[in-house]
Structures are given as structure tokens and as C-alpha cells.
Design a protein around this ligand. Structure first.
Ligand SMILES: *Cc1c(COP(=O)(O)O)cnc(C)c1O
Length: 455
């Protein structure tokens, strides 16, 4: 066996043991950063080591400091697990080590990206001729779409931002709902667009379309370059903006409409939930994640733009030493040049699940969320604060102090991981069901743990 094969076998063994441990290991890590630093050792050795030994050292030293993110009982933040086919293909992606910049350089990658992109548009109910870029996550997908939006609205106003920059150009208005995700603010910051103007939202976080219409018309009838940002899936309530009315108001004002649907856009893939995204396909761009609801391994986001030429003119490049295709290359849809073959894992997850499997996955996550809500309502003093329309549940346990105490006891006990948050000024327990492997038993074990923590 050569050294490479020995290292791969070593990694395979550790990976299989890790996955097998998920059903019963405590979800939180058991060791601190300092303890893992101690176990790894801080001295850079002078001499080389055998690859298999390096794998073994890392896996053994890190094991107690790993959090069981892929566990069926991890409900923190919005975090997916890893579908088996996507995980296995992700190993191949590393072994293949394709550079995914150009069509001519990796025909296999380009083929997988084209097929996976078309399947995604179909499943998410988006216009079939849209361009799909594969990014690191939804933050960069939002950034990518908003770059296309910024350039397009300025181009319509006679300003070429690629050539002349922002300085001296017409101001760009950016309008978002008050409960947008912070990734939106981050993308706008990177883009030199500053903070968005905020439109009030209702108690579930849905933008008020009448208030949006009023905000859009305050500038008078001669609308300047404007971008309106809507949301599919509020991180606290799971709520969806009223797309039809909001997009109509925005388009009447000549605005570009972008939708942040990091996890919520996947509602469209389930016939039972598709109504939540109703009207959303009328927008101009959409950002979503594959590493959340679709459960591919980190990292993978998707930037979808209705007008492929708008995305290409924002992200495309020319280089004398590249072999470029006249209709564009994978690189023309994303900010990075060299990057990993992310579309292979998306293709694998979709090919493995099929259309019905994706719908079942979404429905299952929603069903588990409803079970959580029912179980929590039955706990003395506990209240579910949101309408559980999708995968998110927010609850409180009487007052802030008790809610924080329940969260701390739950985490210390280790059966599950659920994160806290502050929503509408109250401390809340925030449950996000996003993992393909969560079973009914995981949910009932977690509910028992919540009951113990709140007693
Ligand atoms: C997770 C999330 C993001 C950011 O996505 P990353 O993949 O972490 O970059 C943006 N918007 C919403 C609504 C999210 O849930």
C-alpha cells in the first residue's frame, strides 16, 4: 500500500467511526480549544511525518473537541447535515481536485454544474433560463446577486460601475424588510452600498407590502436606481414575505427585486409547502444555500439571476492565459477564480433524493418542527411564539431568566443542541430543523430533554 492509500484508509476509518458515534454521542463538544491545542501540539516539526500518522494524530486529538453538527439532534442556528451520496462524492471531489474555472479545462465539472443548476431551477420553481452560480454559502450568494443588481440598476441609469466605480455616480437606494438576515447588511457593506432603508414587518417578520409601496414612492415618480430585498424564511419564525404584492410594488417603481431564501426557498420543492413561496419567481435574483436544507457538506451556496447577462457582466472576466468559452464559463457567475467542484455534491444529493426525495425531506423537516411546537406547548409555562409554517420554532419559558436557564441546562446535559436568541426583545429558544437524518425518535428524545431542562 502506498502512503497515499494508507492515509485515505486511515481517514475512512476515522470518518466511519465519527458518523457511527452520532446516534449517541453528546451533541456539544467535550473539550475546549486550549485542550485541543494541547493535544495537537504547537511546535511545527522540523522533519516530515507519514501521511497516515498525520491523519491519525489530527483525528484522535480533535475528536473530543468536535461538535456533532451532523447529528439528527442538532437544531442550532440553521445548519444542515450531510446526505450520504453528497458526503461520499465530496471525498471524490477532493481526490479529483478539479479546477472549476473553465468549461474547457474540466468538461466533467461543467456538465455536472449545468445539470445540477437546471434541476435546481426546476425544483425551486425559478425561471428556467436563469444563471446559477455555485458560491461558498448564502452570504456570498447574496453578495453575488446584489452585485449583479447594483450594476444593472446603475447601467439603466446610464452609469457603468465596472468602468467608473461608484464615486460620482447616481445614488442607489436599497430597501429591505426590518427583519432581514444580517448577511444582507454584510453584502451591502462589501458592495459600498451602505445600510439599507428598512420597511416595517409584521410580528412574524413579514415585510408590510403597503409600507414598502409608500417607501418606494416617497422619492416621487422619477425613480432612481433601486434594489428591493425580500426574504423567504425568517430565521426566527420561518415566515415568508408576501411576494406577489411586494414584487409588484417594487417592479412598478422600476426596482430590481432580490430574494434571500437561504433555507426558505426550498419550500418550493414541496408541493405541500410551495404556496409559501408563491409569487417569488417574479423576482430578479435569488440566493439560497445547498449546505442547509439540501444537506450537502460545507460549503455551498447558490446565486440565481434571471438575466444571465447581468450576472456575467458583474462577475465575468477575461484573461489572456485562460481558455474561455464564448457563452461563458463557470467562473463568469461567481466572485472566485479557483474553487472546489461544489456542483458535484449538489448533483449527487439531487440525483440520490430525486424529486420526491427532496419534497419528502422538506416535508419531514416541517413535520418535526410542528411536533416540537406541540410538545413545547404542553410544557408548563412554555409558549411557542411563532406560527410554525416551516422549519423554525421559537419558544419562551415564562421569562427571560427561565428561558436562558432551560437553554443552559439543555446544553449541559448534551442530548441536543438548541441555540438561544433575542426576538422582539425577549429571550427565546430557537429550534431549526434542518438535518435530513433527524428521526421521530430524535425529536422525542429532544423533547424529553427540554422537559427535564425546564422542570
Ligand atoms: C444562513 C443564512 C444566511 C447566510 O448563509 P451562509 O451560508 O451562512 O453564508 C443568509 N440568510 C439567511 C436567511 C440565512 O438563514
Amino acid at each position: 500500500m502506498d502512503e497515499r492509500e494508507a492515509a485515505l484508509r486511515q481517514a475512512h476509518g476515522h470518518a466511519v467511526r465519527w458518523l457511527a458515534s452520532l446516534s449517541d454521542r453528546p451533541v456539544p463538544a467535550r473539550a475546549s480549544v486550549d485542550e485541543i491545542v494541547g493535544a495537537l501540539g504547537v511546535e511545527l516539526p522540523d522533519a516530515p511525518s507519514t501521511p497516515a500518522d498525520v491523519v491519525d494524530l489530527l483525528a484522535t486529538a480533535c475528536e473530543p473537541g468536535l461538535t456533532a453538527f451532523p447529528s439528527g439532534r442538532f437544531y442550532g442556528f440553521v445548519v444542515g447535515g450531510t446526505e450520504p451520496a453528497a458526503l461520499a462524492v465530496d471525498w471524490l471531489v477532493s481526490a479529483w481536485d478539479q479546477n472549476c474555472v473553465m468549461r474547457a479545462a474540466s468538461p466533467a465539472y461543467t456538465a455536472a454544474e449545468e445539470i445540477a443548476g437546471a434541476w435546481l431551477l426546476d425544483l425551486l420553481g425559478l425561471p428556467p433560463d436563469s444563471a446559477v452560480g455555485f458560491t461558498t454559502g448564502a452570504t456570498m450568494a447574496n453578495f453575488t446577486c446584489l452585485t449583479a443588481a447594483r450594476d444593472a440598476v446603475l447601467r439603466r441609469a446610464g452609469w457603468n460601475v465596472a468602468h467608473d466605480g461608484l464615486t460620482g455616480g447616481p445614488p442607489v437606494r436599497v430597501i429591505a424588510g426590518q427583519d432581514r438576515h444580517m448577511a444582507i447588511d454584510l453584502a451591502l457593506r462589501y458592495l459600498g452600498l451602505g445600510r439599507p432603508e428598512l420597511v416595517p414587518a409584521d410580528e412574524q417578520g413579514r415585510i408590510d407590502p403597503e409600507a414598502l409601496r409608500r417607501t418606494l414612492t416617497t422619492a416621487g415618480v422619477d425613480h432612481g436606481p433601486t434594489i428591493v430585498i425580500l426574504q423567504a424564511g425568517d430565521i426566527h419564525s420561518g415566515a415568508f414575505d408576501p411576494f406577489t404584492e411586494s414584487i409588484r410594488a417594487a417592479h412598478e417603481a422600476g426596482a430590481w427585486v432580490h430574494v434571500d431564501g437561504a433555507f426558505g426557498l426550498w419550500a418550493a420543492a414541496s408541493p405541500a409547502r410551495a404556496h409559501l413561496t408563491g409569487g417569488c419567481s417574479q423576482a430578479d435574483s435569488w440566493a439560497t444555500d445547498a449546505h442547509k436544507t439540501l444537506n450537502v457538506p460545507y460549503d455551498c451556496g447558490l446565486a440565481v439571476v434571471r438575466d444571465p447577462s447581468a450576472l456575467r457582466s458583474a462577475m465575468g472576466l477575461r484573461g489572456e492565459y485562460l481558455i474561455q468559452h464564448e457563452h461563458g464559463d463557470p467562473v463568469d457567475k461567481v466572485p472566485e477564480l479557483s474553487r472546489r467542484g461544489r456542483a458535484f455534491t449538489v448533483w449527487a444529493a439531487l440525483r440520490s433524493l430525486g424529486r420526491s426525495g427532496v419534497a419528502d425531506l422538506v416535508d419531514r423537516l416541517c413535520r418535526h418542527a410542528r411536533t416540537f411546537a406541540t410538545g413545547i406547548r404542553a410544557i408548563d409555562g412554555a409558549t411557542v411564539l411563532n406560527d410554525v409554517v416551516f422549519t423554525q420554532v421559537c419558544a419562551e419559558f415564562g421569562d427571560d431568566e427561565r428561558t436562558d436557564r432551560v437553554l443552559a441546562r439543555l446544553l449541559a446535559e448534551g442530548t441536543a443542541w438548541i441555540s438561544g436568541s433575542t426576538w422582539h426583545g425577549r429571550r427565546v429558544m430557537r429550534i431549526s430543523v434542518s438535518n435530513w437524518s433527524t428521526t421521530d425518535e430524535d425529536v422525542s428524545r429532544t423533547l424529553s430533554a427540554i422537559r427535564r431542562a425546564s422542570s
